[in-house]
Design a protein around this ligand. Structure first.
Ligand SMILES: [Zn+2]
Length: 157
């Protein structure tokens, strides 16, 4: 896998990490637009990654705070994958990517930013997207880009 260079990710690395678990806290707030929550299923929800590797970088997470997929109920697990599939479908329609990276990082050692609440990353990929992203690499551009991505995808699930 080619690595994507995302200089705005430094903002995340340097940012003060919130005390609580954002994947627990954000869905409890009644503020989906500002929290970039795109879709709420019964057991799982879809959220834009605030520090995306590419436009349309999504995270699918269960509402329940668990750190490994075997701790999910069968219902949670099957809905999780249903929503992952639907998200791929939505991104195909709206962004027309050439490929995707789908995956979970379990534990810090494996690169998990949030290591105690599982989530599946969906990163749309384009040929040469490493170059493409340098164009929008200015950190100040990202909030604007996120709001735009949110508007584009909201209601499409
Ligand atoms: Zn949590």
């Amino acid at each position: 896998m080619k690595h994507i260079w995302g200089p705005w990710r430094m903002e995340y690395i340097k940012a003060e990490k919130p005390e609580g678990c954002i994947l627990c806290e954000k869905p409890k707030e009644d503020n989906d637009a500002e929290n970039f929550i795109l879709y709420r299923g019964e057991k799982n929800f879809v959220m834009l990654n605030r520090y995306p590797y590419n436009p349309g970088h999504l995270m699918i997470a269960p509402y329940r705070h668990v750190d490994s997929p075997e701790k999910l109920t069968a219902e949670e697990r099957s809905e999780h994958f249903e929503i992952v599939s639907r998200s791929v479908e939505v991104l195909r329609k709206e962004f027309d990517p050439e490929g995707f990276n789908l995956g979970m990082n379990l534990a810090k050692t494996a690169g998990a930013g949030i290591d105690d609440h599982i989530h599946t990353h969906i990163v749309p990929r384009w040929q040469g997207d490493t170059n493409f992203m340098t164009v929008v690499s200015d950190v100040r551009v990202v909030p604007e880009a996120l709001a735009e991505t949110y508007r584009k995808l909201k209601g499409k699930f």
